[in-house]
Design a protein around this ligand. Structure first.
Ligand SMILES: [Mg+2]
Length: 166
């Protein structure tokens, strides 16, 4: 089950320390939208998501959104942050991550993938040799399929804490 484990775990996006990213040599961040940056169905970025993206950009870290959501949703959201996006390509498939690398022009090992789901964001990141970071879902308003995946996630993560940061 190692392929489903993140390298780091945080409660929320703003807890991810910039200094850790810098120390790891992170050049770009691939961000999930739903329940990572905002609650599902939030059409555009809120202050919190905006602040996080700005913080990354201001320290020279490139940002690309990779969402399994549909084009209209992903485009409207990414446009509100003025960042590129890839959507509707079924993470954990490699395809959306490869498309993001093509946009970002960086190597997979220098990319941190930040998301709320083991079976999409974390698995995909591990397949790509990227750095998987798991955050807790912003809210528990989730569909039946995601609720089912959360049961699997809880089993996989039992007793796991991720790498400690110093
Ligand atoms: Mg998500």
């Amino acid at each position: 089950m190692k392929f489903l484990l993140p390298r780091f775990m945080f409660d929320k996006i703003e807890d991810i320390p910039l200094c850790t990213m810098k120390k790891l040599g992170v050049k770009a961040a691939i961000l999930d939208i739903d329940n990572t940056l905002v609650e599902p169905h939030t059409p555009v970025a809120d202050k919190r998501a905006e602040g996080f993206v700005k913080k990354l950009e201001n320290s020279g870290i490139l940002v690309c959104i990779v969402s399994n959501n549909i084009y209209e949703r992903a485009k409207k959201f990414a446009d509100s942050l003025s960042v590129p996006f890839v959507c509707d390509k079924n993470k954990p498939n490699k395809k959306p991550f490869l498309m993001a690398l093509d946009i970002l022009k960086v190597e997979a090992k220098d990319v941190m993938v930040i998301g709320d789901q083991l079976l999409t964001d974390v698995w995909g990141a591990n397949r790509m040799g990227m750095i998987p970071v798991l955050v807790k879902p912003v809210c528990d308003k989730e569909g039946r399929f995601v609720k089912f995946k959360r049961i699997i996630e809880r089993r996989v993560l039992k007793g796991f804490e991720g790498e400690k940061i110093d």
